[in-house]
Write a protein of this length. Structure first.
Length: 148
């Protein structure tokens, strides 16, 4: 008798531990290189924005799209497009639109785990990594324009 085995889902405990480690590394590195920087902006990028945006976009929009019976991929893509569009308004083109790509990853994490806390932690880690990249990127004008 042939048995089809479903792919084993990501265990919530392991995903949470990995997310916490990523946040600690990225945020710790960002904080240590931020000497003399704008501390309120740093805390917004590492705490307030990830928390608020994931509540609005994952628990709000993505979950509403899923509840409306959209396929998970459609809900994720729609949410990522909205997330990217908001960042285009707040930042600039094309840097703002580039946020749609990590938003797809965040949506997939939400889809797999059902936990917004994992998305908040990953979002904070991604923002920390972005801060480090922005701080230590080569002085290329095009790269700096894309990142700001």
């Amino acid at each position: 008798m042939n048995t089809v085995h479903a792919r084993r889902p990501l265990r919530h405990e392991n995903a949470g531990i990995l997310a916490v480690l990523m946040v600690l590394v990225a945020c710790g590195a960002a904080i240590t290189t931020w000497a003399g920087g704008d501390w309120p902006a740093l805390w917004v990028l590492l705490l307030a924005a990830p928390l608020a945006e994931e509540i609005v976009f994952r628990l709000g929009l993505q979950q509403a799209l899923l509840d409306a019976r959209l396929a998970p991929m459609q809900a994720n893509v729609g949410t990522a497009m909205a997330f990217g569009s908001l960042h285009v308004l707040l930042q600039a083109w094309p840097g703002g639109l580039a946020t749609a790509l990590p938003s797809l990853l965040l949506g997939r994490v939400y889809q797999c785990t059902g936990r917004v806390s994992h998305c908040v932690l990953l979002h904070a880690a991604l923002n920390g990594a972005w801060l480090l990249l922005q701080r230590h990127a080569p002085s290329s004008t095009a790269l700096r324009a894309l990142l700001s």
